[in-house]
Design a protein around this ligand. Structure first.
Ligand code: HEC
Ligand code: HEC
Ligand code: HEC
Length: 132
């Protein structure tokens, strides 16, 4: 009796601990989407932390932008991206995006897992730490 109760209490506690991040995440997700971390060494070094284009543009268009970058790099041999403000970036997934967003698990993957998309890029490109 006593032992059985202990096991059940133990299992309940274990289940709560194991599912808490998941449950908490659902609560947060329902309110404001996934939690995205910008806490990387490269972003800390920026005096004015911003992306290659505005955050709202990036949110909506980064997939198309990356496809353009790939075509420009592979087909046209280009190596630089000049953004709408005239700033220059390396035209590269690994040398640009993943230099600043070096926390792929807490940034790209966090959002992709939330949106249930699974870019296949990482089969070939070194995307650093994975989220799952
Ligand atoms: C120079 C560093 C830097 C580079 C290079 C960079 N980012 Fe960003 N990115 C940032 C910062 C800083 C933010 C947050 C900007 C803000 O909130 O105004 C951001 C925001 C974003 C967002 C929007 C996140 C949100 O708030 O919803 C996406 C998506 C994104 N980046 C993807 C990319 C992709 C894809 C690339 C490569 C094509 C890239 N970034 C290159 C620094 C960078
Ligand atoms: C704010 C949320 C968010 C962030 C942050 C984000 N993505 Fe995405 N990403 C999405 C969504 C949503 C889609 C699917 C959109 C669609 O299919 O139209 C997507 C699609 C993609 C695709 C196309 C996948 C395919 O198979 O078509 C690529 C490539 C991609 N993201 C790369 C990145 C990279 C690299 C980063 C980190 C630097 C990143 N994303 C960060 C939300 C995000
Ligand atoms: C089958 C392997 C493979 C897959 C999958 C793949 N790539 Fe690539 N990608 C390459 C190769 C090879 C190059 C050329 C590398 C070079 O020239 O240094 C390249 C180049 C690129 C470039 C330009 C050069 C650079 O350094 O980034 C971009 C941007 C890019 N890929 C984005 C993507 C994105 C986004 C995805 C996922 C939607 C993806 N790739 C999926 C193999 C792949």
């Amino acid at each position: 009796m006593y032992k059985g109760g202990g096991i059940i209490v133990g299992l309940t506690v274990f289940c709560l601990v194991a599912t808490a991040p998941f449950l908490l995440n659902i609560g947060r997700a329902a309110e404001s989407g996934p939690t995205l971390s910008l806490d990387t060494p490269a972003i800390h070094l920026l005096s004015d932390p911003s992306c290659v284009e505005s955050a709202s543009y990036m949110r909506a268009e980064h997939m198309r932008l990356l496809a353009e970058w790939r075509d420009q790099a592979v087909r046209e041999g280009r190596s630089e991206y000049v953004n709408s403000a005239g700033a220059i970036f390396a035209l590269s997934l690994e040398e640009s995006c993943l230099q600043c967003h070096s926390n792929r698990a807490e940034f790209c993957d966090a959002c992709h897992n939330y949106a249930a998309v699974e870019p296949y890029c990482w089969e070939c490109h070194d995307g650093g730490a994975t989220g799952s």
